[in-house]
Ligand binder design. Structure first.
Ligand code: AMP
Ligand code: ZN
Ligand code: ZN
Length: 440
C-alpha cells in the first residue's frame, strides 16, 4: 500500500488528510542542478527547505530536564512537542538505536542485545564493533530507504550506520563488503571525537550547495550514558554531562540559525538509567546449580544455556519468580516485552527488578553506579523525546508512546511512504503534525 503518495495527492487537491505535514518534495539528489561557485547566491538569501535531524543522547532520562541544567533542550521542548518515550526491550543501546531507525522491536530486527551469537554463523560473535551486513540484514534502516528514494543522508554516528546494508562479504576477503547501501556521508564511531566536532560536522554538511546537501542527518552523543554508568543517574558526573550535551544542542541551533537552515529536530534517547549498587546483587549461582548452565550474559538481565542433558534440572530450579528476579524460557516471556522468539536469544532469560543486578558471583568489592537493560515500562528506563521545527506545534506534551513509532514519524518528515510490516506507526503524531507554512 502506498499511503503517503495517496495522502500527498489528496493534500494537493483537498485541504484535509489524516497526515497533514507536507514534507519537502522528493527529488533524486543526482538530478539536482549543480550550483557553481560564482553564480551561487549568498547563503542568507537562499530559501532552504527543512531538513530532518535525528539526535540521540544516549541514556538521557526525561527527568534530567528538570534539573535546571538544560536551557537549550528545555526551550526546544517548550517550542515543540515532548513526551516520555518507552524504549523497546531490552533497554540497551544497540537494540534501541536500531529500533529507532527501523520501526521494529529487537525480536524482529535482530539486534537483540549489544553482544550475541547466531547459530548460522558459528564461531562468530556480534559486538558493538560488528559491521558485517548479515548481523543487520533483518530490517532496513531509514537512511537506506531514503538513499534508495533519492534522499541524501548523512550520519554523525549511529549504531549500524557504518554497515554496507544489504551487501555481502567478499568470499575469502578481508572483511571487504561488496554492494550494500550506506548513508551518503558517514563517520566511523570514535568516542574521542568531541561534541563540538560532531555538531560542526552536521553544520558543515549543511553548508554545502543544495544539490550536495543531506536532507536527513543523525547526530549521536554518548557522554550522558557513560556518566550514568560511572556515577548513577543522580551523580554530579551525569549533571556535568547533561550540561555539556545541552550546550552542544545550543551550538547546533546557533549553527542552523546562522545558515538560515530550517530543521525538524527529533531529539531522543535510547533508554534511561537506574542506580545500581553492590547491595543489590543476586548471584546467578543462587538461582540455579552452576553445573546445569552456561551463562551467556549477566547484568540487569542474565541469559543462559542449559548444559546438554541438564535441561530439566535447570528448569526446575530456575524458572519462575525469585526475590528481585524473574526467570523464563525465552519463548515464554510476558507478551508485553515483545521479546524472546528471535533465534539469536539464548534459551533462558532472567530479568532483575530495576536497580538490581544478576551477576555470575557475589561481588568481592563494593560498588555503586548505574545501568539499563531493565523492563522497558519501568519509569527509570523512560527515554527523552523532543521534536521541534516547522512540522511541529509549540508546547505540546504527548502521552507516553513506544519508540517503534519514531521511524514512522521520520518517514513522514522526510517524505517516504509509510513502511510495510513495521511494529510502530505515526499514530501518536498524526493529529499534531503541521502543514508546511502553517502556523499554530
Ligand atoms: P551500553 O553498553 O548499552 O551502555 O552502550 C553505550 C556505548 O555504546 C557508548 O558509550 C558507546 O561507547 C557505544 N557506542 C555507541 N554508538 C556506537 C557505535 N556506532 N559503534 C560502536 N560503539 C558505539
Ligand atoms: Zn544507550
Ligand atoms: Zn549504557
Amino acid at each position: 500500500m502506498t499511503r503517503f503518495p495517496l495522502c500527498a495527492l489528496a493534500l494537493a487537491l483537498l485541504a484535509g488528510c489524516s497526515y497533514p505535514y507536507t514534507p519537502p518534495a522528493l527529488s533524486p539528489v543526482t538530478a539536482a542542478a549543480p550550483v557553481s561557485g560564482s553564480s551561487a547566491s549568498p547563503l542568507a538569501a537562499e530559501a532552504r527547505t527543512p531538513v530532518t535531524i535525528l539526535v540521540s543522547i544516549d541514556g538521557f532520562r526525561p527527568d534530567y530536564l528538570t534539573r535546571d541544567l538544560t536551557p537549550n533542550l528545555s526551550r526546544l521542548a517548550a517550542q515543540g512537542v515532548s513526551a516520555p518515550m518507552r524504549p523497546s526491550f531490552p533497554s540497551k543501546t544497540f537494540p534501541n538505536h536500531w529500533t529507532l531507525v527501523t520501526g521494529l522491536v529487537p525480536d524482529h530486527h535482530g539486534i537483540i542485545a549489544n553482544g550475541f551469537t547466531d547459530a548460522t554463523h558459528p564461531g562468530e560473535r556480534f559486538t558493538m564493533a560488528s559491521d558485517e551486513p548479515y548481523w543487520w540484514s533483518a530490517a532496513e534502516p531509514i537512511w537506506v530507504t531514503a538513499e534508495k528514494a533519492g534522499v541524501r543522508t548523512a550520519t554523525m554516528f549511529w549504531p549500524g550506520s557504518n554497515v554496507g546494508w544489504g551487501g555481502t562479504l567478499e568470499p575469502g576477503g578481508h572483511h571487504q563488503v561488496v554492494g550494500g547501501v550506506r548513508p551518503h556521508d558517514w563517520q566511523q564511531f570514535n568516542q574521542s571525537v568531541n561534541d563540538r566536532q560532531r555538531v560542526d560536522s552536521i553544520i558543515d554538511w549543511l553548508r554545502r550547495p543544495a544539490a550536495e546537501r543531506p536532507s536527513f542527518l543523525t547526530l549521536y552523543f554518548d557522554e550522558v550514558d557513560t556518566a550514568g554508568h560511572e556515577g548513577g543517574p543522580d551523580s554530579p558526573q551525569v549533571n556535568a554531562a547533561v550540561g555539556a550535551v545541552d550546550a552542544a544542542i545550543g551550538r547546533l541551533q546557533a549553527g542552523l540559525a546562522a545558515l538560515g537552515q530550517p530543521a525538524n529536530l527529533v531529539v531522543v534517547a535510547d533508554h534511561g538509567m537506574a542506580a545500581t549498587s553492590s547491595d543489590r546483587v543476586v548471584p546467578l549461582d543462587s538461582l540455579a546449580d552452576p553445573s546445569d548452565y552456561a551463562m551467556v550474559e549477566d547484568g540487569p538481565y542474565a541469559t543462559l544455556r542449559a548444559v546438554p542433558g541438564h535441561e530439566q534440572a535447570l528448569e526446575k530450579r530456575l524458572l519462575g519468580h525469585h526475590d528481585h528476579v524473574d526467570c523464563w524460557r525465552s519463548t515464554a516471556m510476558p507478551a508485553r516485552l515483545r521479546y524472546g522468539h528471535n533465534p539469536r536469544i539464548p534459551p533462558y532469560f532472567c530479568l532483575a527488578e530495576a536497580g538490581w543486578l544478576i551477576l555470575a558471583k557475589r561481588p568481592e568489592k563494593p560498588f555503586a553506579g548505574g545501568t539499563h537493560g531493565y523492563d522497558n515500562v519501568d519509569p527509570s528506563m523512560t527515554a527523552l523525546f523532543i521534536a521541534q521545527g516547522p512540522a511541529f506545534p509549540a508546547g505540546v506534551r504527548l502521552a507516553p508512546f513506544d519508540n517503534v513509532d519514531v521511524a514512522p514519524l521520520l518517514r513522514d518528515l522526510i517524505g517516504l511512504p509509510a513502511g510495510q510490516g513495521l511494529d510502530g506507526s505515526d499514530a501518536p503524531f498524526r493529529r499534531i503534525l503541521k502543514r508546511q507554512g502553517e502556523s499554530r
